[in-house]
Design a protein around this ligand. Structure first.
Ligand code: ADP
Ligand code: ASP
Ligand code: MG
Length: 915
């Protein structure tokens, strides 16, 4: 055999073990050795002692020994010991990424007290990428491959110098030099040809594993343990398949393993991952990330007791930990679950790892080399389902995984129904272009078949389908072959899904609540998996939304606060005081991801520390930019839900709501501008809100924290008919008229209210009645009336001549001149046992609204009011004789912020928080 580069002159011929060996007796293990004898051509160590090792051209892809030769040669030699005595380890690239790490791996091997160990090792991290890059550069005729190859050389040389000395080092470096110079020659050939065949590439890229295996075995030997290095191209025989994968030839591999062992018997073997040979003895690979597969095949060939896959995470998580920070470690998984997880993108395990070990019930344990105290994940046939996984006992879903860069192809047409062979024709065309179909979904009407393929293959697939179905398209039997690009697949995996109704309902509910549109669905008959196709940009958000739905029970909401003034600031303080309790008691996780005023904004990736939000704003505030703010708050994929809380009184901010809701951002506000602005705008907002799962709450626009809007909505939703809503909606005017009694002058009471801070800085803003009119219009529209603000007649309490005065101070000075007018109206009212109250009225029956000063009998509830309270009376079909009355403080930062806060909690409960 002529793996010219893999000769390891340092390795001596194997010692024949003196231990009694048991012969494997499993059925497909060949034990007859009476095959034709040929001269052996395989040697030892990671390398092989090959004829003409320096003659690259003639020997490069020459044959590895054939099984029969090997077996015959094995007669009378050491046979493979009993399978159960073997334990297999696989160390991923990061585990052997540096010299310290290789040393660490060697220590783990040395301290593993299994009777026999076979250790499969990947290339040092990044090396395989570097090797692929060499090929890419060379065949693109980019001569920087020379420098890149030097970097590969340097990396291994430095590592070897760190780890080895004496002969070991000299031998390794000699081999490395030899390999590098051979590679240089090969790359030069590729450079000149401008082309690299797959065999060339496979040969080149496999060197990473050869070097790491040699390094590791030398280090293990250095610690006094006898250890052999296996170049798996001498043992693992695989056949290429049409879909760029390889299928192991177990029989042939088994024979070669026997043979190899007979010459290299050892209780500790370090084997190369990733690389193998074809039956024609051409070096090949098990394709990217294939070392897991190598370990699984070798475990199956050995019938090992267990295979431990060492990597850089604590085990298999319920979702990719890089995407879902709350993902939890799964202690146990069934083979099927692990397969589905890995097939759908959990790259902690190569999907093909499962099949070989499953056949012999060999458990796989995934462990973290950087955290030896973590027990890892056990993958076996019957993991007992329980709550020990850290997930809730009832959660039937074990994990979630995603695949990006897919496109969906939809073949649609009425002519497909009932026509046998359509699906076969479709997938035949797909097969012809060698594309990999990741999922298929067909509606039962047979009207359309849709399937997902990798984005890079979609063009070819679409072209193949169009040509295959040209006639059907022309004849109208097929209406279209549509390509939907930029898709991702999200898969939910769990063996218990099969026996649990409602799993898909919960899944789709979580997606709907996160405002994620599902484009296609597939559920296999095994019910181990539900797969949905979504837009790529929604993928991480979807993953987090469903993960938190099944795993966290925690409703996590990203909050953006616009306007940290009096109300916004108070809200932030209330959130500060309550957030921890909510998290603890109700599993509601509220995170303020951004605070913006008109000048500066503060953004945070994980949530603003609310105990110091004011200081942070000063220290870390940046120039306010609404677009950037919204993008930041909503763009954080780790939190599935976003709400923007507008605490301003600004119409510009309100003009964004429609866009926010459309983007799936919930909106909560005490700002009256949107709901009392142009009717058309309002109707659009409400329609959008009703159509989507996006919520828009505005309880605090009327009566601050009093439950006015929610009461009205409750009445309407339960079928009551609103007849009339009448109320004192202004805290300021409530205060003024509650105190406008006896002989007191109106201007004097206004002055007192102003001094007590009950009025706006310019009291005319209260006295004009516009604010009350806005509340009236909000309630009127909520009750179904289609009114504009201009349709509401407002009785202003600002005397006409004082409307144009510039300063509030001057206004206050001149106001006493007009006291007579209101004093007269008060006298008239008192004469009939009545009081004056400034009210807003929604007359639903006559479809009108008004804002005016009215007289009420002294016994009327409106006359009983004190302080700045609001009072609202709903007359409805159910509450006709006795109106439903809500009364209480209806102004002030604390109660208004409280109203907003309770909207946030309502949102949390709509999103699934426990109530
Ligand atoms: P190795 O080089 O050791 O084979 P990989 O990079 O192939 O390591 O696989 C480990 C990585 O898989 C982890 O670092 C993690 O980021 C990723 N991963 C993706 N999904 C999962 C999951 N569900 N559980 C654990 N790890 C996952
Ligand atoms: N080194 C190979 C790769 O990076 C195989 C592996 O690490 O599993 O693809
Ligand atoms: Mg891997």
């Amino acid at each position: 055999m002529a793996f010219a580069s893999s000769i390891s002159p340092s390795y001596s011929l194997p010692n024949i073990s003196s231990k009694p060996n048991k012969i494997l007796t499993t059925p497909n293990k060949i034990q007859s050795f009476n095959l034709i004898q040929r001269p052996p051509i395989i040697s030892v160590g990671c390398g092989s002692k090959l004829q003409g090792r320096n003659s690259l051209n003639s020997n490069l892809f020459a044959s590895a020994a054939s099984a029969d030769t090997l077996l015959n040669d094995a007669v009378g030699k050491v046979q493979l010991p009993d399978g159960d005595t073997w334990s297999v380890h696989k160390f991923g690239g990061t585990c052997v990424g540096t010299s310290e790490r290789i040393q660490n791996v060697a220590n783990i091997i040395v301290h593993d007290d299994s009777e026999r160990k076979l250790v499969v090792v990947s290339a040092m991290s990044k090396v395989t990428d570097m090797m692929y890059d060499l090929i890419y550069k060379a065949h693109s005729r980019d001569d920087s491959y020379v420098v890149a190859l030097d970097a590969v050389f340097e990396k291994h040389k430095t590592t070897a110098v760190d780890l080895l000395d004496g002969d070991d080092l000299a031998n390794f470096l000699a081999k490395l030099h030899q390999d590098i110079s051979n590679l240089k020659a090969m790359l030069r050939a590729i450079y000149i040809a401008g082309h690299a065949t797959e065999s060339f590439s496979d040969f080149v890229v496999g060197h990473g594993e050869l070097w790491s295996a040699e390094l590791l075995s030398a280090v293990v030997r250095k610690s006094g343990i006898e250890c052999k290095c296996m170049d798996t191209r001498e043992v693992l025989v695989v056949n290429p398949t049409s879909s760029n994968l390889v299928d192991p030839d177990y029989l042939e591999s088994s024979l070669r393993l026997e043979k190899w062992y007979s010459k290299n018997s050892s209780d500790t073997i370090v084997a190369t991952g990733f690389i193998a040979t074809t039956p024609q003895n051409v070096p090949t690979t098990l394709k990217r990330d294939g070392s897991d597969f190598s370990a699984a095949i070798l475990s199956a060939l050995l019938r090992a007791r267990q295979v431990t896959i060492w990597t850089d995470v604590d085990g298999v998580y319920s979702a990719d930990p890089r995407k879902v920070s709350e993902a939890v470690i799964l202690k146990k998984l069934s083979y099927q679950e692990a397969w589905e997880m890995s097939y759908f993108g959990a790259n902690v395990l190569h999907p093909r790892t499962i099949i070989p070990v499953m056949k012999y019930d060999i458990p796989i344990v995934i462990r973290n080399i950087f955290n030896l105290s973590a027990p890892g994940t056990m993958i076996c046939r019957f993991p007992d389902f329980g709550n020990e996984d850290g997930q809730r006992v009832e959660s039937p879903v074990k994990g979630f995984a995603t695949i990006d860069n897919l496109a969906l192809i939809n073949v649609e047409g009425t002519g497909m129904a009932g026509v046998p062979g359509t699906a076969s024709a479709i997938f035949g065309a797909v097969k012809d272009v060698g594309a990999n179909v990741i999922m298929i979904s067909q509606a039962s009407s047979e009207h359309s078949v849709c399937f997902a393929v990798p984005e890079k293959e979609v063009k070819a697939v679409a072209a193949a389908l169009e040509s295959r179905f040209r006639q059907a398209l022309d004849a109208g039997r097929l209406s279209q072959i549509a390509v939907i690009p930029n898709c991702s697949i999200l898969a939910a995996v769990g063996q218990k899904m099969a026996s649990t109704p409602g799993v898909s309902a919960t899944l789709f509910n979580a997606l709907a609540k996160a405002n994620i549109n599902v484009r296609a669905i597939a559920q296999g008959c095994s019910e181990f998996n539900i797969t949905v196709v979504i837009k790529r940009e929604d993928c991480i958000r979807a993953l987090r939304a469903v993960h938190s739905r099944f795993y966290l029970s925690k409703t996590t909401i990203a909050i953006g606060i616009v306007g940290p003034g009096l109300i916004g600031g108070t809200l932030l303080d209330q959130l500060r005081d309550q957030a921890a309790i909510l998290k603890e008691k109700s599993n509601i996780d509220l995170r303020v991801m951004g605070i913006t005023g008109s000048g500066t904004m503060l953004l945070s990736d994980t949530g603003v520390d609310l105990s110091i939000w004011r200081d942070l704003r000063k220290e870390k505030g940046e120039k306010a930019d609404m677009q950037k703010f919204v993008h930041h708050v909503h763009g954080n994929h780790f939190i599935p839900n976003t709400v923007i809380v507008d605490c301003t009184a600004d119409s510009y901010v309100a003009s964004h709501y429609l866009d926010w809701l459309r983007r799936g951002i919930h909106v909560i506000t005490p700002n009256k501008k949107a709901n009392s602005g142009p009717l058309e705008q309002y109707l659009k907002l409400r329609t959008l809100q009703r159509q989507s799962y996006t919520h828009y709450f505005y309880e605090a626009t009327v009566g601050a924290g009093l439950p006015i809007i929610s009461t009205l909505q409750g009445l309407l939703e339960t079928g009551d008919k609103i007849l009339r809503i009448e109320g004192i909606f202004s805290g300021t005017l409530s205060y003024i008229f509650n105190n406008f009694a006896g002989e007191r002058a109106f201007s004097e009471v206004v002055k007192e209210a102003k001094e007590a801070g009950y009025t706006e800085p310019d009291p005319r803003d209260d006295l004009s009645g516009t604010d009350v009119a806005r509340k009236v219009i909000i309630l009127a529209r909520e009750s179904g009336l289609k009114l504009e603000l201009t349709d509401i007649p407002i009785e202003s309490l600002v005397p006409e001549p004082l409307k144009g005065i510039a300063s509030p101070e001057e206004f206050m000075q001149q106001l006493p001149q007009y006291d007579q007018d209101l004093a007269k109206r008060r006298r008239e009212a008192e004469a009939t046992g009545e009081v004056l109250r400034y009210v807003g009225v929604v007359d639903v029956v006559n479809q009108k609204g008004t804002v005016e000063l009215r007289r009420y009998k002294k016994e009327h509830p409106f006359a009983q009011l004190a302080g700045s309270d609001n009072i609202i009376a709903f007359s409805t079909q159910r509450y006709e004789k006795q109106p439903l009355i809500i009364r209480g403080p209806g102004a002030g930062a604390e109660v208004t912020a409280g109203g907003v806060f309770s909207d946030i909690l309502r949102l949390a409960s709509y999103l699934g928080a426990p109530s």
